[in-house]
Every structure is written in C-alpha cells, then in structure tokens.
Design a protein around this ligand. Sequence first.
Ligand SMILES: C[S@@+](CC[C@H](N)C(=O)[O-])C[C@H]1O[C@@H](n2cnc3c(N)ncnc32)[C@H](O)[C@@H]1O
Length: 245
Amino acid sequence: MREPAPGRDALYAAPLATQLPFRFDAAVADVFQDMISRSVPGYGLTLQMLAVAARRFAQPGSACVDLGCSLAASTLAMRHHVPAGVHLLGVDNSQAMIERARALVARDSAQAPVELRCADILDVELPRASLAALNFTLQFVPLAERAGLLSRIAAALLPGGALVLSEKLAFEDPAEQELLGELHHGFKAQQGYSALEIAQKRNAIENVLVPETLQMHRQRLHEAGFRRVTVWLQCLNFVSLLAIR
Ligand SMILES: C[S@@+](CC[C@H](N)C(=O)[O-])C[C@H]1O[C@@H](n2cnc3c(N)ncnc32)[C@H](O)[C@@H]1O
C-alpha cells in the first residue's frame, strides 16, 4: 500500500490485528482536519454558520468559548467575525490537539485574543460568554454528565447569548436509523474511505461516541435553561442546533 499524503487520514486503511477504542491521540490529531471533513457531512457549513453566529451573538467585553476545540477550527471560525473587545477560549483535554491548535492559532491572522487550555470541559470554569460552541463533542461526554454540562454553559451565557450544539444523531425509528446510517456510510465511501476503513472506524468508535435523539437534545437544552432551541442545519444523521439563553 502507498504511503498516504501528509495529513490524509489512513488510520484504519490497513487491517488491524487488535481493535483499540478510538482516542483523540497524536495519530488522530495529525490527520484530524481531514478525518472530520471526510466523516461529518456538513462540517464545513457548520463552521461557516459559526461565523454567522459570531457576527450575530458575540458581545464586546465577553468571551466566545469553544468546548472540545480539537484543532481550534471553531475558535478560528468565530475569531474572524467577533467585534473588538471579545476574547476566545478553546478547551480540549487532548494534549496532542491543544499543541497543534496553538500552532494553528499562532499562524492565524485575526487579532482577537485566544487562550487554548488543555482541560476537561466538565471541570473548567467557564467565563461570562455571549457565544459557546460545543461542536461534535457532547457525544463523547458520559451520558450522566451531559445535563450538568449544558446547565453550566447556560449559566455562563449572558442573556441573549447562544450555544451552537452540533452532534451525530440517533433515531428512534429503526428504519430511519438504518437508512441514515447507510447513507452516512455512502457519504464516507464517496469521500474516499474504503469499506474496511469504514467498518474498522465504526468498531473503534462504538461506545466511545454515544449519539442521542434530536428530541432528547431539545428537551435537555430547554431543561438547562435555553428558551429557544432551533435546528439550523442538518445533513443526514448530523445536526447543528442553535440554543438561545
Ligand atoms: C469531534 S472532536 C470536536 C471537533 C471540533 N469541535 C471542531 O469543530 O473541529 C471532539 C473533541 O472533544 C475533545 N473532548 C472529548 N471529551 C472532552 C472532555 N471531557 N473535555 C475536553 N475535551 C474533550 C476531544 O479530545 C476532541 O478533540
């Protein structure tokens, strides 16, 4: 097999003797931009929508926070569109991700101050914020911790502030679950992943990424204190919700 191009995700291309649970380690961090772009339909548009949210919701004198920031893609999407006087905080508990994110932020041309912290989003003290991004991260948080995290985010947001929550979805109807799962695999195949890569990645991520239904997300966001919850983007079994405090 030929060497993949640098940055190209080929982590599951060869047959694996032992299948370890998926982790956000250095090997994943090295190819993460390619991995998420080719695995999550609508990912690029989610980032563009975050820029729209930054223009609409970011308030001078407050923070925009990116929880589970990985390579700071969401942080940078907001950074280019916030007004003066806004600072950004990105948090991730993967040291490998934070190191690479710091290098990417250092090369970025926008001016708003950015702090990147290697910490657990379940422990970190949240600043007064006008916009929070939780993009494809809640699905990795233990189920029992999800409501508490959303309540803390709601409490940290200024009145009129917003949370962008993006997630993989599960469906109650088994036929809908199967159809959208199949179409998602079709999307990944179209992005150049082989059947072996798709199967090995699915096995590795099962029980690590635990998706929930749209109804569950809506209900929990309301219970956490968000007064308006709107789906503003959905592509197959991936959704982005805008929740306003
Ligand atoms: C799918 S990635 C997020 C992608 C990113 N938000 C983006 O838009 O490009 C999930 C990230 O959440 C981080 N993560 C998962 N659980 C976490 C936790 N409890 N505390 C901090 N980071 C966490 C992982 O290390 C990983 O980098």
